[in-house]
Ligand binder design. Structure first.
Ligand SMILES: Cc1cc2nc3c(=O)[nH]c(=O)nc-3n(C[C@H](O)[C@H](O)[C@H](O)COP(=O)(O)OP(=O)(O)OC[C@H]3O[C@@H](n4cnc5c(N)ncnc54)[C@H](O)[C@@H]3O)c2cc1C
Length: 284
């Protein structure tokens, strides 16, 4: 089903956006990792959220989520892996594709730094999506860098379609197919010439044609080509509009301060701007 608005990220900014957009009668799909993964849900006590002092972070996010659910927002739990602007927006979540006419980015901040060579070889051997790109590497050696809970399952998938998988992570993975070799390593770098030729893992080269880097979050500019960023944050105007038509952003992803109240306010504004954008398009 196509939605008026797709919200990427189910933290305070995304949930506030969902509430505001439902208030304007728009259909909304919130795509996000499990809500308990929002950083706020990990806060033992939040004292600076207006009117609700002394709650745990989990209580606050749970309340925000219930509010959005009550107003009729739909939810899809999973990691968005790529966004394509085509007659609206197509968002890939695992093997599913969801489409919406406007997009609100509220993915928080990516807390894991990129590896040397990662950006340089993105699309030339580096991938963030096993389902999307796995077939390209059938019969070839690939390294899977496991930084998310579901990474072993994605490695199993690649193994199942015929890739020669080596799994690389700092900790022993749970649920990895026993046929897949595991390399314990911390310090990684992607190497290559025109395309990827190896993953360097703690000083030793693992020859491979592809490197799947599987984190809980994907940096917004990697999700959506052409999105303008500044100092690692998404560049927005006061309407929370980005440089791309129909794309709005809110919360930690737009910059400091990284606080829930700011995220909620921006989510609200982004949703109203997205609604205005949709209404104007309908009139035109
Ligand atoms: C321990 C701790 C304590 C804190 N205490 C306070 C406090 O007391 N007061 C305060 O105001 N702030 C506090 N903060 C900061 C607050 O948590 C953030 O400012 C707030 O959560 C930002 O909301 P957000 O919606 O922008 O992003 P987030 O809450 O980060 O939500 C974004 C969500 O999107 C998900 N996501 C990202 N990429 C994808 C993708 N590609 N596909 C699917 N899902 C994706 C993320 O996993 C996350 O669940 C604290 C933070 C931490 C870590």
């Amino acid at each position: 089903m196509g939605y008026d608005i797709i919200v990427l990220g189910g933290g305070p900014a995304g949930l506030a956006a969902a509430v505001a957009a439902r208030g304007r009668g728009k259909t909304v799909l919130v795509i996000g990792n499990p809500w308990r993964d929002s950083p706020l849900a990990k806060a033992e006590r939040v004292d600076n959220y207006l009117g609700l002092p002394g709650r745990t972070g989990a209580e606050l996010v749970g309340t925000f989520r219930a509010h959005a659910e009550e107003l009729g927002a739909d939810f899809l739990t999973g990691r968005a892996l790529s966004v394509m602007a085509w007659n609206g927006f197509m968002v890939t979540v695992g093997s599913q594709v969801c489409d919406g006419q406007a997009l609100i980015l509220a993915p928080g901040v990516v807390r894991q730094a990129k590896y040397p060579g990662e950006s340089e070889f993105l699309g030339r051997g580096v991938s963030y999506c096993a389902t999307c790109d796995g077939m390209l590497y059938r019969g070839k050696p690939v390294a899977v860098v496991g930084r998310s809970k579901d990474a072993p399952l994605e490695a199993n998938y690649l193994h199942g379609i015929g890739c020669q998988v080596t799994y690389v992570s700092a900790r022993e993975p749970e649920g990895l197919d026993r046929a897949i070799p595991w390399v314990k390593a911390n310090k990684l770098a992607v190497k290559g010439t025109q395309t990827v030729t190896a993953l360097e893992a703690d000083g030793a080269d693992l020859p491979c044609a592809g490197v799947f880097i599987l984190r809980e979050a994907v940096a917004p500019a990697d999700l959506l080509p052409g999105l303008e960023t500044e100092g690692g944050f998404i560049k927005v105007d006061r309407a929370m509009a980005t440089n791309l038509p129909g794309v709005f952003a809110a919360g930690d992803c737009t910059g400091l301060p990284l606080q829930a109240a700011k995220a909620v306010g921006e989510g609200h504004v982004a949703a109203l701007s997205a609604c205005e954008y949709l209404d104007k398009r309908k009139e035109a």
